[in-house]
Write a protein that binds this ligand. Structure first.
Ligand code: NAP
Length: 281
């Protein structure tokens, strides 16, 4: 277990761990529920107190799994949830948030994200988020799956610069954001939250990563995670339904990749040389 979990600062000044826990696919199968709750609890025990969920996941079922895992320890948890773009109107955001709060058995969400850009005017969603903040139902808000032009639009809106993060698909096999979105975000102090950091498990089976992993007595998945967490202004939220994976993910915080490792990883997964539209899963 690492001595301390590294943190980074949100624009609000609040520190959050660079490693969190994802929950997509949790809450879908009753038979896995005990393991999922145990995995999330273990993560909290090991200091990865940021939990990412969404109203979309298992149609609210993932939020209920999270509620069970954080029961009695709400104050030590940093809860992230998301509203669907179809619920992003003024009234829709209010209703969706209240439903999420019920399922999460809490009175507040620490960071509430718009899941991806939709057809509701962004200014209306931002106003709805700001209202929720004033009511104490959310503490901060952010966005997800926003490309650079969409971030530009957002920060130009009234209160738009209150955005605390942009949660995006980012891992060794999805390096497109490095071309402009990552530098743009870093320059403005808006952290990126990398989802699918092990490409939904695919990078855990990658031979090029295994070669690097063997030098660190680590696994390929740990190298993939260590690489994401080594990027400035980036946090990672792997989903692990197994306690063994949670332990490995936390241990990845202690992996120090060398210059040689980074060079080898660049050869295996070249950085982008031109703008590509932001991918999403
Ligand atoms: P991921 O975290 O890249 O991969 C999850 C898969 O990797 C699971 O099958 C998990 O297995 C496995 N895994 C985890 N740690 C491992 C380890 N140390 N060794 C080997 N395998 C490991 O993919 P993801 O779930 O798509 O993304 C993470 C989270 O990001 C999601 O859960 C969700 O919270 C968020 N997300 C957000 C969006 C968005 O649009 N905003 C989209 C996708 C995801 P077990 O479960 O069996 O342990």
């Amino acid at each position: 277990m690492p001595s301390t979990v590294r943190t980074l600062k949100l624009p609000s000044g609040e520190a959050v761990p660079v490693l969190g826990q994802g929950t997509w696919k949790m809450g879908e199968d009753r038979r896995r529920r005990t393991d999922e709750v145990a995995a999330l609890k273990l993560g909290l025990d090991l200091g990865i107190i940021l939990i990412d969920t969404a109203e979309m996941y298992a149609s609210g079922g993932a939020e209920e799994v999270v509620a069970e895992a954080i029961a009695g320890r709400r104050d030590e948890t940093f809860l992230v949830s998301k509203v669907l773009p179809t619920n992003a109107s003024r009234a829709g955001v209010k209703r969706a948030c209240e439903n999420s709060l019920k399922r999460l058995s809490t009175d507040r969400i620490d960071l509430y994200l718009l899941h991806w850009p939709g057809s509701v005017p962004l200014s209306e969603t931002v106003e709805a988020f700001e209202t929720l903040k004033r009511e104490g139902k959310i503490r901060h808000w952010g966005v997800s799956n926003f490309d650079t032009d969409e971030m530009e639009e957002l920060v130009g809106l009234p209160s738009g610069s209150n955005v605390q993060t942009n949660q995006i698909l980012y891992n060794l096999s999805r390096r497109g954001p490095e071309f402009d979105l990552a530098p743009w975000s870093l320059k403005r102090g808006i952290p990126l939250m990398a989802y699918s950091p092990v490409e939904q498990g695919a990078l855990a089976r990658n031979a090029r990563l295994e070669a690097v992993a063997s030098r660190h007595n680590a696994t390929a998945a740990q190298i993939a995670l260590a690489w994401v967490m080594a990027q400035p202004g980036v946090m990672a939220i792997p989903k692990a339904g197994r306690q063994e994976h949670v332990r490995q993910n936390v241990a990845a915080l202690d992996i120090k990749l060398t210059r040689e490792d980074f060079a080898e990883l660049d050869r295996a997964f070249p950085p982008p040389t031109r703008k590509r539209g932001l991918e999403m899963i």
